[in-house]
Design a protein around this ligand. Structure first.
Ligand SMILES: Nc1ncnc2c1ncn2[C@@H]1O[C@H](COP(=O)(O)OP(=O)(O)OP(=O)(O)O)[C@@H](O)[C@H]1O
Ligand SMILES: [Mg+2]
Length: 234
């Protein structure tokens, strides 16, 4: 499934925060969305998930999704793991992973096996409340929950936030494995170096607009990343 976004604008109430966004995520691709704090990265994911007002075009293959409800966007295969962890702290790991869209017990068991192969630690923590997991484990659980919905496009908002360097690298390897399975990944990261290593395409956002896009090797080394982050700070 291919996600093709063009002329997308979105914001909160009457204020538009992101403007004229163009991006594309194909099956198995990892597209990195980079930019300083407040650049509008999270806003783009919220717009694509249908939870804030938006205009322009969001196409999934041949289907226009701009007016489709958040619920139907998930049903269509676009799943968002929000910034901060989207897990239920009072429920066990197993309970967090019990919701699927299929309604099929067999399919659910297959999916659970699959996410446990990607994140073996979750099987070990199966009966523990999610709230008692470490930060990194909760992050993995959040991604695993999203995978239970069988996404075709997975949108991750800073999944490695607060993780120790080794765990972060492990998570990035898992993201790579998820993409290798044919899922398109739209990845927000503060750590440009790491995400450019696994990305097939990258977009650099500044003040709500795309200021550069291309292959990671075109973006890195151009000095434009540093500039976008510095401009913001200054
Ligand atoms: N719920 C909201 N209501 C009003 N304005 C908001 C809301 N959320 C974000 N904004 C504004 O939108 C702009 C972009 O915010 P956004 O969260 O998209 O940035 P970001 O690139 O994800 O930043 P960060 O790296 O800090 O997560 C900011 O100026 C912010 O103040
Ligand atoms: Mg954000």
């Amino acid at each position: 499934m291919k996600l093709v976004v063009s002329a997308l604008s979105a914001g909160y109430g009457n204020s538009r925060v992101v403007h004229d966004i163009t991006l594309m995520v194909g099956p198995g691709e990892i597209v990195a969305l980079l930019g300083a704090n407040g650049a509008g990265k999270t806003t783009i994911l919220r717009a694509l998930s249908g939870i804030i007002p938006r205009a322009g075009s969001i196409r999934l293959d041949d289907r226009e999704m701009i007016d489709v409800s958040a619920r139907d966007i998930v049903r269509a295969g676009v799943v968002h793991v929000p910034q901060g962890r989207g897990t239920f702290g009072g429920l066990t790991v197993g309970e967090n992973l019990s919701a699927t869209q299929t309604g099929s017990v067999v399919r659910e068991a297959e999916l659970r096996d699959k996410v446990c192969r990607l994140f073996p630690i979750l099987r070990e923590r199966w009966t523990q409340p999610a709230g008692e997991l470490s930060g990194g484990e909760q992050q993995m659980l959040a991604v695993a929950r999203a995978l239970m919905l069988e996404p075709r496009i997975l949108m991750l908002d800073e999944p490695s936030l607060g993780l120790a360097p080794l765990i972060r690298i492990e998570l990035f390897e898992t993201i790579r494995a998820i993409a290798a399975d044919g899922i398109g990944v739209l990845l927000i990261e503060q750590n440009a170096d790491l995400s450019l290593k696994i990305a097939s395409q990258a977009l650099l956002l500044s003040h709500g607009r795309v200021v550069a896009s291309g292959r990671p090797d075109e973006i890195a080394g151009s000095g434009i990343i540093e500039e976008a982050y510095l401009n913001h700070a200054g």
